[in-house]
Design a protein around this ligand. Sequence first.
Ligand code: SF4
Ligand code: SF4
Length: 165
Amino acid sequence: MTKKELDILKQNAEKLTNDNKLFLNKLKNKKPKNLDSLVHQLDYDFFKKFDCLDCANCCKTLGPKILNKDIERLSSFLKIKEIDFMDKYLKIDEDNDYVFKSMPCPFLDSDNYCLVYQHRPKACREYPHTSQRRFYQVLDQTLLNTETCPAVFEIVEKLKQKLKF
Ligand code: SF4
Ligand code: SF4
């Protein structure tokens, strides 16, 4: 996706923020039994026709939370000491979590490939959460993710059509 298309996605998501907030709050309260299966099917349909290598907006704009296990795994893969890895790549954010010092991610290459893909942080593996179980637990993040991730934007729009409340 071009920068322009991603800007348009953000603008469209911002216009729908109130609607989406209302809808996702209703989902949180109702917790429909088929929610996970609906979302997983929509996730499958979206990624069947969309390649994240054409986007990488999450890797360019969102700072994943980096856990101690991620630090261990990444520094071991990069063959540097954990303390040096932390020094070189990480800072502590306002929530007291480790995040990358700067975005786009230092491990994103110019073709949108992740240079540490097999060893990437847990948060990167789980994003955008549309294939995980208990989707109702990530509805607050999902609202924010409509502005960043074209998959989440489309999945929420389709969910609104399917669950008419
Ligand atoms: S997960 Fe979403 S934001 Fe990240 S690259 Fe894929 S489509 Fe883009
Ligand atoms: S570690 Fe890889 S998957 Fe995670 S933000 Fe960086 S480039 Fe993206």
